[in-house]
Design a protein around this ligand. Structure first.
Ligand code: 5AD
Ligand code: SF4
Length: 449
């Protein structure tokens, strides 16, 4: 029987990228193969994200294009998954009647059954219920040959209800995976050649897994730190209010925990932080950063910043700029506030105009660029440990990898180094990457290999 083909469009965050890997793994087990050209596909899945508006707009234009594809090939099955699907449910089919499937964030594991049902009945399916135990948490993603780094979902959902955020509504309540299941998954990944794992959750600091006894996130990091073959642990995302001293100390106590933390601050104004329901002040946040830098002086700190939250005055915005100057993030993602239906902030008056939001965003991004380049340049002359991920996209002569602080480094080297950890001297720094060269010791080692 000829194999069927799947193509997946992914929008949004790392969580979604990882969900798409799971979707592919599931469908491969059901006899599909992945293709990189949607025109060749029998099944197209759009994995959506509604956290930020841009992603939603892209999905609409994507759907318009797919309609034309479906007209030419009526047997094509098109499904929409992810946050936007969770939120919109059947409304998606009303808007785009040529869609075959809408499936929510808790229903990924049933995808093969949904597809079979569509093939059998020809009827569109809408599956957006929340389940108490999210089975998709345990799906092993497809492991690509030669891949050295992998995500591992440790929890899903969020109970924080930041006033601007749709995640608790579309991903449901926090649910942690079992401690032993995560540890087993990492062991399997290590055996398949994975050297770096990124532990994923909306708020990993509130991980609470049972294994007879209750384990917190630091227990998990420490346990994974002992798994043979794993050389690097990363995690994302952390809520500042839940970042404990115990976890901060892991940055010195657990050798393989990489010196990088993504710690979304959102605003520098205490008044706005309160309206956002973030449950910390800037002073609280600063104290955590101070502790992190005391325990681990080289740590790189990255963040998320929202500008133009309802009621944000010039003074509030200036507090964000001052905050950035005090902290000097290695990099940050910044967003214009965008209203999400059903969230508490959608009810707030005193909206900030689009034009002010745009100006504020530009100011934040320009300042961040200056800080990023300053922090990157400070690395020139350092010897860094690089896990080589592959060949650089820009030049086939270059290899690419990351420092433990999560900065991309390109350098000349033999393809045999892919998958290995090498020592590289940083010789130049740009906004999005660093330039390096193998250290003399590393070159000598290569000659002996
Ligand atoms: N508007 C703008 N940015 C948002 N984020 C989440 N919701 C919104 C929204 N409604 C940003 C936050 C969060 C990141 C993942 O997306 O900064 O940390
Ligand atoms: Fe959204 Fe806040 Fe939860 Fe992050 S912590 S996912 S911003 S509600």
């Amino acid at each position: 029987m000829e194999m069927k083909r799947i193509f997946v469009h992914t929008y949004g965050c790392q969580m979604n990228v990882h969900d798409s890997e799971k979707i592919v793994a599931l469908m491969e087990n059901s006899g599909y193969e992945i293709v990189d050209d949607e025109k060749k596909a029998d099944l197209i899945i759009i994995n959506t994200c509604s956290i930020r508006e841009k992603a939603a707009q892209k999905v609409y234009s994507q759907l318009g294009r797919l309609r034309k594809l479906k007209e030419k090939k009526p047997e094509l099955i098109i499904g929409v998954g992810g946050c936007l699907a969770q939120q919109w449910g059947a409304k998606f089919i009303e808007k785009a009647p040529y869609l075959n499937l809408v499936f929510g964030t808790h229903n990924i594991c049933h995808l093969p059954e949904f597809i079979k049902m569509i093939e059998k009945t020809g009827m569109p399916q809408v599956k957006t219920e929340f389940h108490e135990s999210v089975k998709s948490l345990g799906i092993l993603p497809r492991s690509k040959n030669g891949k050295v780094s992998s995500y591992v979902t440790i929890m899903q959902g969020c109970n924080n209800f930041c006033s601007y955020c749709v995640v608790p509504y579309v991903r449901g309540q926090e649910e942690s995976r079992k401690f032993c299941d995560i540890v087993d998954e990492v062991k399997t990944l290590a055996a398949s050649g994975i050297r770096e794992v990124t532990l994923l959750g909306q708020n990993v600091n509130s991980y609470c897994g049972t294994n007879g006894i209750v384990h917190d996130f630091t227990d998990l990091v420490q346990e994974i730190g002992t798994i043979s073959g794993i050389e690097r642990i990363r995690f994302t995302t952390s809520h500042p209010k839940d970042l404990s001293d115990k976890l901060i100390n892991c940055f010195s106590a657990v050798d393989i925990l990489c010196e990088h933390i993504h710690l979304p601050v959102q605003s520098g104004s205490d008044r706005i932080l309160k309206m956002m329901n973030r449950c910390y002040t800037f002073a609280d946040y600063y104290e955590k950063v101070d502790k992190l830098r005391t325990v681990c002086p080289d740590i790189s700190i990255t963040s998320d910043i929202i500008v133009g939250f309802p009621g944000e005055t010039d003074t509030d915005f200036q507090a964000t700029i001052d905050m950035m100057g005090k902290i000097r993030f290695d990099s940050s993602f910044s967003f214009k506030y965008s209203e999400r239906e059903g969230t508490a902030a959608a009810e707030l008056k005193d909206k900030v105009s689009e034009c002010i939001k745009r100006d504020r965003l530009r100011i934040v991004q320009d300042l961040q660029d200056r800080h990023t380049i300053e922090r990157n340049r400070a690395m020139i002359g350092n010897k860094e440990e690089i896990l080589v991920e592959g060949i650089s996209k820009n030049s086939h002569k270059d290899l690419t990898g990351r420092t433990r602080t999560n900065k991309v480094v390109n350098f000349e080297g033999n393809y045999e180094l892919i998958g290995k950890t090498v020592s590289v001297m940083i010789i130049d720094a740009y906004l999005h990457s660093l330039r390096g060269e193998l250290t003399k010791e590393e070159v000598a080692k290569c000659l002996l290999r």
